[in-house]
Design a protein around this ligand. Sequence first.
Ligand code: MG
Length: 382
Amino acid sequence: MKMSRKQFLRTAGLAAGATLFPVPSQTQEVAVKSKSAPRKPSQPQLVAKRFDLNLRHAWTLSRNTSTVKNNVFVRLERDSLVGWGEAGPNVRYNENWESTLQAIEEARPIFQKEDWRHFAAISDEVMRTVHHDSCAKAALNIALYDWVGKKMGVPLYQMLGLDPARTPVTTFSIGIDTPEVMQQKLKEADEFPVYKIKVGLKNDEEIIRAIRQVTDKPLRVDANEGWKSKEEAVEKINWLATQGVEFVEQPMPAPMLEETRWVRQRVKLPLIADEACLSAADIPKLAGAFDGINIKLMKAGGIYEALKMIQLGRSLNLKIMLGCMIESSVGVTAAAHISPLVDYADLDGNLLISNDPFQGVKVKQGKLILPKGPGLGVTGRV
Ligand code: MG
């Protein structure tokens, strides 16, 4: 039978996706069978709700300030097992909690009809069905992986064949504030071996000088698209190179790719793409303009797409960083489970809030410590 172009692309996509998910070991398969053998899966339940996360300090980037984040949580339940997921809607990507809830509704029929153990096929179908609010896709995908891990009885890192001892250290992020408050924030985060400093406003040099008065630890700098001319970017980055900075994230606005390529040829520090790199489709054009990419589950649409991005980035010789939005321990723990695959982690969103309803990944002297429970291994509820 002749295959249409559309059918061919769909089949090819599923085959490529399948390589990202190792076949579970014998023991895991037995665990699944012994629990559910001839019984049909019970009726699925998908509940999505908004929950507001309060920031410890007002969170200022080059583009805005916030004190509370309206995140959306997903609860998937079937066979007496619950999978948790989280969406951190971001105004930069035209997302808010209402549009995120709407996107989750668009995907609901997929979860009613499919067997959740077929999580690769479901992940693909969600990506094809929902065309806005990638954070909604991330929430569904994280909840699905949590549920499947619990069904198999293994932690997510084990489901993916990863060694939990290979997690990287995470930076602790210092949002823009007065130099005095930024110094105070650094003192509160004394256990971290490396910091990420937000810049991109007019007082960048004043901020870095103030920070250098209180610490000589390595710094990573994030301009969040704050420098609008290529000359300004070159000048700032070459000055930062004299200040113990390891790399600079997203120096210029995402669409200014040619200007960034020009900047990269004139600076000594590596450049990492964040706002310019949302999903795998963005990556090929970034090679040559950036040295690495910052992957976030919320931008990518979940763990499934993030794994593809890591593989594609590696094939193009890009350094891989894993970041997060302001998220609870659900979103941050999900990212931490795939962190053994990356070079740099910036997974501190849960540490920046004061009312985290969940517990999961911990940080010891900056190193990410993964929970050992099945799925995400998080405890708590909303
Ligand atoms: Mg960034």
